[in-house]
Design a protein around this ligand. Structure first.
Ligand SMILES: Cc1cc2nc3c(=O)[nH]c(=O)nc-3n(C[C@H](O)[C@H](O)[C@H](O)COP(=O)(O)OP(=O)(O)OC[C@H]3O[C@@H](n4cnc5c(N)ncnc54)[C@H](O)[C@@H]3O)c2cc1C
Length: 451
């Protein structure tokens, strides 16, 4: 999906109101700037400091939380894009921070490289995706931030710095999932992998059996996940496995879904068709459980092979709100059992499926997978339908097992509760106080989650 400045979820023209993709956050910044060089980013930060304005750089506005909101200076980095340097031998690629994942994936294709793992969509900017801990799925893989090797940052005093494991290691440890709190990310250096194809296998299976075999399924597949409609019996199980590396998708034996079938499956069935069911459910909520069971029963199998990002990423045109918690892998079955008990007791029925994914433990200070193998449980509701009681119930279920909320998805936790969940929370705050003592890059969301 291409975003022009006038469209929702991307910087508005100077003076305009900014709105995120889900419509859950709006902002009317005092000023907009559209820097096209690192020097212009520095000048904009210095200019804001001189007039006492706080600064945020919204990405593509795909966070459900007001992470990107500012009433100060908003930096539109949509003119600061593209690859700066690439070493096809090592896979190390430096990219400007406003580049979308979609543009990055296309550029990497041309270099015979790819991101090792990706989430469900590619509309996010590289910096925005990393800043909130965006992840895909894979029991042996981490989120996008685990693929970051270095950052170029413009700090609160306007100075450009670089950081990596070897250079300013604490700043790097904090910036890998930095919430936009440390400075403006100007460049991201990523360790990419040789381009690869994925064999995708998607099929409905009874949800009880999937939960029972979860550990085996996660271990047996490179990228394993499932969706489950809360009133249905079936889960849609996705097993994506890697083919050995080769030069081109064709040489690697890709059997992509034909164009007409891709259009039918993704645009008609998953977007237009599902969107129509959602609108019906919103107009007549008492039918939602039946519509949900219908969606569950209508799940179909498909199998295809394609370039990795064409398998990871699917179009999401039906708008929704979302909350996601990272829970210890061993707690997943209990969390899902509680959730399955809670949903039928809700006064307002749930239209959208629950998504379950996995990630390996990592060592990134504010990563939701810090120090533990993780299962991600994401709940959604169709836009315009009541969701608060559902999200509250889920939050308290996840809270019982020390669940950590995705920084970009809806939750109500504050610094007091988050500190107990992140062993390096105070280290993050220390680094922030060192590089941004006046909280130039603060906003109301950071005031809540960082204190
Ligand atoms: C339809 C949909 C599907 C999604 N799928 C997934 C998924 O599969 N996995 C997952 O983990 N998440 C997913 N998300 C969440 C999404 O990946 C994150 O919220 C991500 O942060 C959005 O990136 P963005 O570019 O839109 O950034 P924004 O939401 O605009 O901003 C996020 C944060 O990054 C900061 N930021 C952006 N650019 C810079 C910069 N240059 N310097 C400093 N700070 C910066 C912003 O200030 C803000 O704090 C999804 C969201 C939607 C709407």
């Amino acid at each position: 999906m291409h975003y022009s400045p006038a469209r929702r979820g991307h910087p508005a023209p100077a003076g305009g109101t900014w709105r995120n993709w889900a419509g859950t956050a709006t902002a009317t910044p005092a000023r907009w700037a559209k820097p096209r060089t690192e020097a212009e980013i520095s000048a904009a930060v210095n200019g804001a400091a001189a007039t006492g304005l706080r600064v945020r750089a919204p990405g593509s506005g795909h966070s459900f939380t007001p992470a990107a909101v500012t009433d100060g200076l908003a930096l539109d980095l949509s003119g600061w894009t593209g690859i700066v340097a690439a070493d096809t031998r090592t896979g190390v690629v430096t990219v400007r921070s406003g580049t979308t994942l979609r543009a990055l994936n296309t550029a990497l294709d041309g270099l015979g490289l790819a991101m090792a793992n990706l989430g469900d969509i590619d509309a996010q900017t590289v910096a925005g995706a990393l800043s909130t801990g965006t992840h895909g799925t894979g029991a042996r893989l981490g989120g996008l931030a685990t693929q970051a090797e270095a950052f170029g940052l413009v700090l609160a005093d306007g100075s450009p710095v670089t950081c990596s494991a070897a250079e300013r290691p604490d700043l790097f440890a904090a910036a890998r999932v930095g919430l936009g709190a440390l400075g403006v990310i100007s460049t991201v250096t990523l360790r990419c992998v040789p381009a690869f194809t994925l064999v995708a296998d998607e099929r409905p299976e009874p949800v009880e059996e999937v939960i029972e075999r979860f550990d085996t399924l996660a271990a047996q597949n490179d990228h394993f996940e499932f969706y489950w409609f809360p009133y249905g019996r079936n889960a849609l199980v996705k097993r994506n496995n890697r083919q050995p590396a080769g030069e081109t998708a064709a040489a690697r034996g890709a059997r992509p879904m034909p164009g007409w079938r891709r259009f039918w499956e993704f645009e008609v069935m998953e977007n237009a068709g599902f969107g129509a069911l959602c609108r019906l459910g919103r107009a007549a909520p008492r039918f939602i459980p039946s519509l949900n069971r219908f969606s569950s029963a209508a799940l179909s199998s498909r199998s295809y092979t394609d370039t990795s990002h064409r398998v990871f990423v699917t179009p999401r045109r039906v708008r929704f709100v979302e909350s996601e918690y990272a829970v210890p892998r061993e707690s997943l079955a209990d969390v899902l059992a509680e959730l399955r008990r809670a949903v039928p007791r809700l006064a307002d029925p749930v239209m959208f499926p629950v998504e379950v994914r996995v990630a390996a433990a990592d060592d990134i200070w504010l990563s939701t997978a810090y120090g533990r193998d993780t299962a991600y449980v994401a709940i959604h509701q169709y836009t315009g339908l009541p969701y608060q009681a559902y999200f509250d119930a889920f939050e308290s279920i996840a809270g019982e097992v020390a669940g950590r909320p995705h920084w970009g998805k809806m939750h109500s936790l504050d610094a007091g509760r988050l500190r107990a969940l992140y062993p390096r929370f105070d280290d993050f705050r220390r680094v922030r106080a060192e590089v941004d003592p006046e909280a130039r890059f603060g906003n109301a969301y950071l005031d809540r989650v960082l204190g």
